[in-house]
Ligand binder design. Structure first.
Ligand code: ADP
Length: 400
């Protein structure tokens, strides 16, 4: 063999060896990569599963109800809130929405959904006892690469909102009515005077008295409404300080002496001198005045109004205003604290009541952190009990 041949042979052998070594390395690298890829895939799958579990767990604990359905409207997932709203046990997997919720409107909404590209908003009413519930439903078709992959329904409970709206509407209607009554009386009295009534001094006096009476009534009503609005929005600042209750009650008794005498009512202050509340003196005066005025107004002619009180459990005092009148019927007891609620409308108006007194009392007592309750059985008078934080006479005054 020529030297060139030998060199070529050696070269070929070297190249062959290198190729074999290289293939070996390549195979090892491939195997390593495949193992790494498999590990990555496993990690990814575990992370994805954990992520999905977390999402379901989050959906499950949402305040809003959530139902996810497959393309056949069978439930894939329903959370606790949805179960509570419709009365089924989640996750209810595999049941149709109609079976689980028994609500035909929802089934109809789902049937309509594939034709919609946007989120559908719909309000449904659930007939429940003691009162219906109102839900807003947001429904969306789920799509995967263009194909329908089911739908998601989210339910927001609007019941509280609807109830507040009804209370607001009723309140506005009541206020308008309460304002209109004295206003129309003032207007017709003024018209009578202008139509010639002024020529007769006796008629003039009578109609001016009507105007004065109803203008006062309007002022009372507007003062009460403004106070309630301040209490509602937390703008009624309380200047808390120790208030000796015996003296506070006595002041209100002095102011009410005339009206009590006109009805022959005896006022009795049984409070021991050491019982002290931590309260805003002016607001507490309003509370006492309302309760004592009511006891005189709605109590028995020639009857008796007793106010007592004591220090009860740690840090609290209780004050009781008691009359011996006809009392409050059982069905009205819970309602007397509502705005404009009166057991006897005509009687309250005749006595100059605004129908807001006890609502103000309740709000003021609650603003102090206390509470109020009424006890009454027909024929045996009414007793209003209020509980307030105790204050010692030597405690410093604090503004809140
Ligand atoms: P009003 O301005 O009508 O007195 P309140 O809010 O003070 O309004 O009271 C609401 C209703 O509760 C009154 O109209 C009355 O029917 C009833 N009421 C309040 N206090 C008494 C009481 N001591 N005895 C009987 N009924 C009462």
């Amino acid at each position: 063999m020529t030297p060139v041949g030998i060199i070529l042979l050696l070269l070929a052998a070297a190249l062959g060896g290198a190729a074999f070594w290289f293939r070996g390395r390549l195979a090892a690298a491939n195997a390593r990569h495949a193992a790494e890829l498999a590990t990555l895939e496993r990690q990814h799958a575990t992370r994805l599963a954990a992520e999905i579990d977390r999402t379901w767990a989050l959906l499950d604990r949402m305040v809003e109800g959530v139902i996810v359905v497959d393309p056949d409207s069978r439930i894939q997932f329903a959370n606790q809130a949805a179960g509570a709203l419709f009365g089924f046990t989640p996750p209810a997997k595999g049941r149709t929405v109609l079976e689980a919720t028994r609500h035909h409107e929802l089934a109809a909404l789902l049937a309509r959904l594939p034709r919609e590209s946007e989120v559908l908003n719909h309000e449904v009413r659930l007939e429940r006892l003691p009162a219906p519930r109102y839900l807003q439903v947001n429904a969306l078709t789920l799509r995967n690469r263009g194909a329908i992959d089911g739908a998601i329904l989210v339910f927001h409970d609007l019941t509280r909102l609807r109830e507040l709206e009804a209370v607001r509407q009723e309140f506005v209607a009541n206020v308008s009515h309460e304002l209109r009554t004295p206003l129309s009386l003032i207007k017709s009295a003024a018209e009578t005077l202008l139509d010639g009534g002024m020529k007769d001094p006796a008629v003039t006096t009578r109609f001016l008295e009507i105007i004065d009476k109803h203008a006062n009534r309007l002022t009372l009503l507007i003062d009460d409404l403004l106070l309630l609005s301040r209490l509602d929005s937390g703008r009624a600042d309380l200047h808390l300080q120790p208030v000796p209750l015996r003296a506070a009650v006595q002041e209100v008794f002095d102011d009410a002496a005339l009206i009590a005498r006109s009805r022959g009512v005896t006022l009795q202050n049984h409070l021991p001198p050491d019982v002290c509340a931590r309260a805003d003196p002016e607001r507490l005066r309003q509370v006492l005045a309302n309760l004592i005025d009511n006891a005189i107004k709605y109590g028995r002619i020639d009857g008796q109004v007793d106010v007592g009180g004591r220090t009860i459990e740690r840090g609290w005092v209780e004050l009781t205003v008691r009359d011996d009148g006809p009392g409050i019927p059982p069905e009205a007891k819970a309602r007397v604290f509502e705005r404009f609620y009166r057991v006897d409308k005509a009687r309250s108006r005749e006595q100059g009541g605004t129908g807001l007194g006890l609502a103000i009392v309740k709000n003021v007592v609650q603003a102090h952190g206390g509470d109020i309750r009424v006890e009454s059985s027909p024929g045996s008078g009414a007793q209003f009990h209020i509980r307030l934080p105790a204050g010692s006479a030597d405690a410093p005054a604090v503004r809140t």
